[in-house]
Design a protein around this ligand. Structure first.
Ligand SMILES: C[S@@+](CC[C@H](N)C(=O)[O-])C[C@H]1O[C@@H](n2cnc3c(N)ncnc32)[C@H](O)[C@@H]1O
Length: 375
């Protein structure tokens, strides 16, 4: 898949970019494969075929191709408060979701949240010439950009500007529906527009802190049964429901740096707990989050996603903080402890925070290491 002649991406520099992109794309596919995020041949082929840089041209021009092929989310639009409202999702998360969605050639697929159009292009590769992909997008300008980018690559995707909570009844029934923004409610339209036995994948916010379970549901009659779950971190679906608490600035504590005109986050903690702290306690918490990690073994080996879900539901909301993908608990004075996430140790704090986290981990172990739910 390369940009066709006469488009914004045509000409010699574009061809050079396309060649560089192909190499980096292969690197990304290998990396995702080595981390077990990308194992299905069809999904691997789709990632190898679709140039991500074509869907994030501003980021490609600003940060370079290597940045485009890092396994990282690329934020493309922010609201007036600076909060992200659209992005190209993290490739490993996209890969894991596409694997679970089990898209086949000839399928009819509805995507909610076209964003840059990149995921829709991957879906188009998976359904092939006999399939059909419709992607709905709430924001007019974002929809236009995605439509243009998809047309330039002749992906055959239809982009519709509309509220995705209503689905797109004209294309129903769908074999697959994938939602690429998080929601606390499940609109009936998604169930009604899914065929019997079809799969619906949706990032569901499961608590007020913003913990998200990306659940794959199968339609069985007029019910949806979950068949797979991942830990997610998606931008909220807009419209209707009240904005989730964690999307408000006062429960988000962050520090970043801007060097040579490039900004990057250094630490970000969110949760109701953050908003409850006094200003000095917030400063202490942020300084802890910025310190070099110290390893203090807790004696627990855990799947980080499962532990995240457990802590998010078990720990009182006045103590739980998320420094995605690390869950943590804090003391009343802002003492904090981040849980280690599989490989590395984690940043740490005063003994209070550590003891609180150890306590929660022990409850989890005692309960047979359930992925979610109270013991
Ligand atoms: C994480 S981005 C989607 C990423 C996209 N699939 C891609 O590959 O670039 C979420 C998108 O959902 C859109 N969105 C938010 N609320 C929506 C709604 N109610 N209906 C349709 N789209 C919505 C946002 O404008 C944003 O573009």
């Amino acid at each position: 898949m390369t940009p066709k002649a006469g488009t914004a991406g045509s000409g010699r520099p574009a061809r050079r970019r396309a060649r560089g992109g192909a190499q980096l794309r292969r690197g990304l596919v290998e990396d995702l494969g080595a981390r077990d995020c990308l194992t299905t041949p069809a999904v691997r082929r789709a990632f190898a075929a679709v140039p991500r840089e074509h869907f994030v041209p501003e980021a490609a021009a600003r940060e370079g191709l290597e940045a485009v092929y890092r396994d990282a989310v690329i934020i493309t639009e922010r609201d007036e408060r600076g909060m992200p409202v659209s992005s190209s999702s993290q490739p490993s998360m996209m890969a894991l979701m596409l694997e679970r969605l089990q898209v086949e050639a000839g399928h009819r697929v509805l995507e909610v949240g076209a964003g840059t159009g990149y995921n829709a292009a991957l879906l188009a590769e998976l359904v092939g010439p006999d399939g059909r992909v419709v992607s709905v997008e709430l924001d007019d300008q974002i929809a236009r950009k995605a439509r243009r980018a998809l047309e330039e690559l002749e992906c055959g995707v239809r982009v519709v500007r509309r509220d995705g909570r209503d689905g797109w009844p004209r294309g129903a029934p769908y074999d697959r529906i994938v939602v690429t923004a998080s929601t606390g409610e499940m609109p009936a339209a998604w169930l009604l527009q899914l065929r019997e036995g079809g799969l619906l994948e949706v990032p569901l916010r499961v608590d007020r802190v913003g913990t998200q379970a990306v659940v794959t549901f199968e339609r069985r009659g007029d019910r949806l049964s979950s068949v797979a779950v991942l830990l997610g971190g998606f931008i909220p679906l807009r419209g209707g429901e009240a904005p989730p608490q964690w999307a408000q600035q006062d429960s988000y504590l962050s520090a970043g740096e801007t060097l040579d005109g490039r900004s990057r986050p250094l630490a970000g903690l969110r949760g109701e707990a953050v908003g409850r702290l006094s200003a000095p306690a917030r400063r202490q918490l942020l300084s802890l989050a910025l310190t070099e990690p110290r390893a203090i073994p807790l004696g627990v080996r855990a799947n980080p996603s499962a532990l995240f879900f457990f802590l998010a539901l078990e720990a009182p909301s006045r103590r739980f903080v998320a420094a995605f993908p690390f869950p943590g608990v804090i003391g009343d004075d802002g003492s904090a402890w981040r849980c280690w996430a599989g490989r590395g140790p984690s940043p740490a704090s005063t003994p209070t925070g550590g003891r609180k986290l150890s306590g929660s981990c022990s409850i989890w172990s005692g309960a047979g290491r359930r992925a979610a739910g109270r013991p």
